[in-house]
Design a protein around this ligand. Structure first.
Ligand code: ZN
Length: 136
């Protein structure tokens, strides 16, 4: 349940909805696995009218993206630019990575690099250098 195929930073395309929003693309800025909703930059905007409640606060209109159900958007592959289903492929480190169903590109390469970096150990037991170096 907690695993969603869409993560923040992905580009998605709206696949349902009215004419205005369908086919639009945007970058996912928030993912909520509990509600299965995503917030996409510049999409599903709601214009809020706000009255100033205090002297500091400015009134006026501003656009705010509303969460969309994740089933209403499709992942856009960064490689081939098509909306695609997500395949899961086993990566080198035993973790499953997302890959494009259409072109096969691995979408999670960036996340994987972070993982491999942590492999460097802190368990280096070093002797003090001075004893080894022969100085005249
Ligand atoms: Zn692709």
């Amino acid at each position: 349940m907690a695993s969603m195929n869409i993560r923040s930073g992905d580009t998605v395309e709206v696949i349902v909805g009215d004419v205005d929003s369908r086919g639009k693309r945007g970058k996912v800025i928030v993912v909520n696995p509990e509600t299965h909703r995503v917030v996409v930059e510049g999409l599903n905007l709601v214009t809020k009218h706000r009255k100033p409640r205090s002297a500091q606060e400015q009134g006026g209109k501003f656009d705010q993206p509303r969460p969309i159900d994740v089933s209403n958007v499709a992942l856009v592959c960064p490689k081939c630019g098509q909306t695609t289903r997500v395949n899961h492929v086993l990566g080198d480190n035993g973790k499953y990575l997302r890959s494009c169903h259409k072109c096969g590109a691995v979408i999670d390469s960036r996340a994987e690099k972070k993982q491999t970096r942590t492999a460097k150990g802190k368990t280096t037991t070093r002797k003090s250098k001075k004893s080894d170096s022969d100085e005249e």
